[in-house]
Design a protein around this ligand. Structure first.
Ligand code: ATP
Ligand code: MG
Length: 392
């Protein structure tokens, strides 16, 4: 038996003339992650088949459940195009389904693209339905709301498959260009990166590190988060920018109440320059409207004005609980809540400005005379390649 996987897509199937572009990106994202396995993928029009080469089942599950664009996938059984072989394979598939679910109702979904096959789709479904009923006395047919479905397709060969696993959905990473994710060690920013990658954006990340105010553990926490994210996004660059000098200037020169906001402004200036250098077209942050003083509408208006690039804030309209729910789902939560302090928390004033005046904030920023120094930090940044092919 030759073991393959069927891979299904959602929104890509709705694309018009440039659908091939989306399909090819999804296929190459899967294959790139299956390095050194000899895996290959074929198919089009919303139905793809992955030959996993020498990759084991666990690896295939790990990769397909985290590759954007994939909505569902599952093992397929390939067999000869004779009813005898198809019947035998159908019984194997039902046995495999019953090892995984206690559901009792089923339906057979048959498709015949080879019109020379002697039975039509309806006849195949009736034949196999009767076969399943006679071999498994405790199951019954429910064509409207079955607990499980056995799908049979007659193509160059016959294929049969049962339960499908959910994929992450979305659009294949890379089809939407590149953005720079401002990645701190908190709960929000990894979720923001995940959400934008899910819409097809290739994400590189920047982390502002203020050693020794922030420890090396804080930096390693960010690296760990980046690795978890790379399971979804594929490999990317993490730029670690030295932020201590900026921090010292801010501490010396900034009004205490404006310190956090000016610090954010500095980060946006550097991230914008990095995006220009790396030919990225947007920034992404984990900001959520009104979450803290630096994320009120007037605060965001100010920090937003420090760059010409669009700044995506996919969490803007979400509650913390909703964000945490996604952080748990993508497995970043437990790392994010490790206790290493970020530079922003350490320097946070007790009474930050909540509704800052736009012009006044710009005057405060100009008074820091910090532009050249900020651009200079970019030259001293460290680039860490985050590998998207973690062992699972
Ligand atoms: P997070 O939002 O990262 O989960 P948080 O809510 O404590 O943690 P905030 O202080 O609200 O973080 O920061 C808002 C956003 O600014 C972050 O989501 C992130 O995009 C960006 N940011 C903050 N600190 C840093 C940093 N040290 N390096 C890179 N980006 C940062
Ligand atoms: Mg936040």
């Amino acid at each position: 038996m030759n073991q393959e996987y069927i891979v299904k897509i959602g929104e890509i199937a709705l694309k018009g003339k440039n659908r091939h572009f989306f399909e090819n990106q999804m296929k190459s994202n899967v294959i790139n992650r299956m390095q050194n396995t000899g895996a290959s993928m074929r198919g089009n029009h919303g139905r793809y088949f992955l030959n996993p080469g020498n990759a084991d089942e666990r690896t295939v599950h790990h990769i397909l459940s985290k590759t954007f664009g994939v909505t569902a996938f599952g093992r397929v059984w390939k067999t000869e195009k004779t009813m005898d072989r198809i019947r035998k394979t159908t019984l194997d598939v039902v046995r495999a389904i019953q090892r995984e679910t206690a559901g009792r109702t089923f339906k057979i979904e048959a498709r015949r693209s080879d019109k020379c096959f002697p039975l039509n789709s309806y006849e195949i479904a009736c034949d196999l339905g009767a076969l399943v009923l006679s071999n498994f006395p405790d199951v019954k047919v429910d064509v409207k709301h079955p607990d499980w479905t056995v799908s049979v397709e007659i193509r160059e060969t016959a294929i049969v498959y049962g339960l499908l696993n959910p994929g992450p959905g979305g659009l294949p990473t890379g089809i939407a260009g590149k953005g720079i994710l401002m990645l701190s060690g908190g709960i929000d920013s990894p979720v923001a990166g995940y959400m934008m990658a899910k819409r097809g954006l290739k994400v590189d990340a920047v982390y502002f590190h203020a050693y020794p105010y922030t420890s090396d553990e804080a930096k390693h926490k960010v690296i760990t988060l980046a690795h978890i994210l790379a399971d979804f996004t594929g490999s990317f660059n993490l730029y670690v920018i030295p932020f201590t000098e900026a921090q010292i200037i801010l501490k010396e020169k900034a009004r205490k109440s404006e310190l956090t906001l000016l610090m954010r402004a500095c980060m946006v200036v550097i991230a914008g320059a990095l995006a220009d250098r790396e030919e990225a077209l947007c920034l992404i942050t984990g900001e959520s409207l009104s979450q803290v003083a630096s994320q009120t509408l007037s605060s965001i208006r100010f920090t937003n004005s420090m760059t010409d690039l669009p700044v995506f804030r996919p969490l803007a309209g979400m509650d913390k609980e909703e964000i945490i729910h996604i952080a748990r789902k993508i497995d970043t939560f437990e790392t994010s809540i490790l206790p290493y302090e970020d530079c922003c928390t350490l320097f946070a004033p007790q009474h930050p400005v909540v509704y800052p005046d736009f012009e006044r904030m710009h005057r405060s920023f100009a008074a820091l005379h910090i532009d050249d120094m900020l651009k200079d930090t970019l030259l001293r940044g460290e680039v860490i390649r985050i590998n998207g092919n973690r062992k699972c």
